[in-house]
Design a protein around this ligand. Structure first.
Ligand code: BG6
Length: 442
């Protein structure tokens, strides 16, 4: 990948740029995977911000510094977009016609909306080789997602747009497809005949510290289920594209999402005990925990419950996919765990005879961990930037996927409107199973 590139990050002083994006770019520079001709322009509204303050504490900052500038501007002022256009021209013109412009909107959706409009109105969106990277949330429900998609498409074509779901870019999540595609042993039994249930869990120890306004409007369902967890379900259950064609994966994920419906009776929602105090809203009904079971109409999966569970302020940080196999005549059940983070790996629970004179069967693990076999895993954000540079849409969420996910989430929200009294309160540090055992009025 050696296309000369200008990466324009809008929101360079924000948390996302500092914690995720710039360190990931630093790592890419260290790994030598950035284009030879590469510039970063960090956009900020604040005129006092300096390059040194932006890069302070960022990993490998010294490798980025000389290729980066900070560009203060008003994001509402058309004249400033003209100034920026001239600046971009000065940088990219010597690189010739191939040079690409990658706009990364590292800002909340309400800020992103008018910026997208300005990029369209100023003609910047139509410059040759221009791409747009967008962060979630993509709307707050299906209707608003449709509006957002239409809004973006007034300025950019579908091919120009990359919707980030950083879970899709995690190394272990990419491995779900490899695990299925390249291990025929498992793919042959990847169906309702062999599998009894699938449980996808993303538990976090952190609360919502520092993200009060965002979280009060979002909640666990919109934050984690609409995006990451439904994508994990899609990758696990989708029909693999024929001939291993990776570019068809977004369509395969969308098609699978289209087969899912929620079992409304299965939904559990909870809120950790001091949440209302943290957000200074004694009446907040925002869920920090949610669990729900889905069923697919795909003949391969009919009748197999797929349970998604996520929560904040729980006992451990853990994301995994557990596939429980049917007894199929055996006294015990095999269980396959794809551990996405931490302690990344794959584990198969199977059974062995305990050595000795009697016949005692014991559950034993067959385990693979990344740490034992490979070097450190690259960060998901590096992969996001690299794939956008390469023009590869495989690890990004298409508009069709976003809309299918909202269809599912909207059904859950509607059921909550009808049954307001279903919020459980759980103590910080509770295990997910503990929360699931609670009743709303406990
Ligand atoms: C983000 C959510 O998309 O994912 C956060 O907005 C959540 O609430 C985060 O904490 C989890 O990501 P990771 O990579 O730490 O599992």
């Amino acid at each position: 990948m050696d296309t000369p590139t200008v990466l324009i990050i809008i929101g360079i002083t924000g948390d996302l740029s500092k914690r995720k994006l710039l360190p990931a770019i630093g790592d890419m520079a260290a790994a030598g995977v950035l284009p030879k001709q590469f510039r970063i322009i960090g956009i900020t509204r604040q005129h006092t911000v300096t390059l040194s303050s932006v890069l302070e504490g960022v990993r490998n900052a010294e490798l980025i510094r000389e290729n980066m500038t900070v560009f203060p501007m008003s994001l509402a002022d058309a004249a400033d977009y003209e100034r920026l256009r001239s600046h971009l021209h000065v940088i990219s013109q010597p690189w010739g016609e191939d040079a690409q412009l990658l706009w990364y909107l590292a800002v909340p959706p309400t800020t992103a909306w008018p910026i997208i409009e300005q990029l369209g109105r100023s003609g910047l969106s139509r410059l040759q080789n221009t791409k747009l990277l967008l962060e979630k949330p993509f709307g707050i429900d299906r209707a608003s997602a449709e509006e957002l998609i239409a809004h973006v498409e007034r300025s950019f074509t579908t091919q120009q747009v990359y919707r980030i779901d950083h879970y899709l870019a995690k190394e272990t999540v990419q491995n779900i497809v490899v695990f299925r595609q390249d291990n025929s042993l498992f793919e042959r039994t990847w169906n309702r005949d062999a599998i009894e249930r699938i449980d996808i869990l993303a538990s976090e120890t952190i609360g919502i510290e520092g993200r009060v306004a965002f979280y009060e409007q979002t909640g666990a369902l919109r934050d984690l289920v609409q995006s990451h967890l439904l994508q994990l379900a899609a990758l696990t259950l989708m029909t693999l594209p024929p001939d291993g064609k990776l570019e068809r994966i977004p369509e395969a994920r969308r098609a699978l999402l289209g087969t899912l419906t929620v079992d409304l009776g299965s939904i559990k929602r909870g809120q950790y005990a001091d949440y209302r105090r943290t957000v200074a809203n004694p009446a907040s009904m925002v869920e920090t925990f949610v669990s729900l079971t889905l069923f697919s109409t795909d003949t391969r999966w009919q009748g197999v419950p797929i349970t998604l569970t996520t929560g904040k302020a729980l006992s451990e940080k853990k994301t995994d996919i557990v596939v429980t196999y049917r007894h199929n005549g055996a006294p015990q059940q095999n269980r396959l765990t794809l551990r996405l983070q931490p302690n990344e790996g794959v584990e198969l629970c199977f059974f062995a005879k305990r050595p000795g004179y009697d016949r005692t069967i014991e559950r034993v693990p067959l385990a693979f961990t990344y740490a034992d076999h490979f070097d450190a895993l690259p960060d998901a954000y590096g992969r996001v930037v690299l794939d956008a540079l390469r023009g590869d849409h495989t690890l990004f969420a298409s508009s069709g996927e976003v809309l299918e996910s909202w269809r599912i989430v909207d059904a859950v929200r509607k059921s909550w409107e009808l049954n307001a009294d279903t919020l459980m309160v759980y103590p910080r540090g509770a295990a997910p199973e503990q929360v699931l055992r609670k009743n709303p009025r406990d």
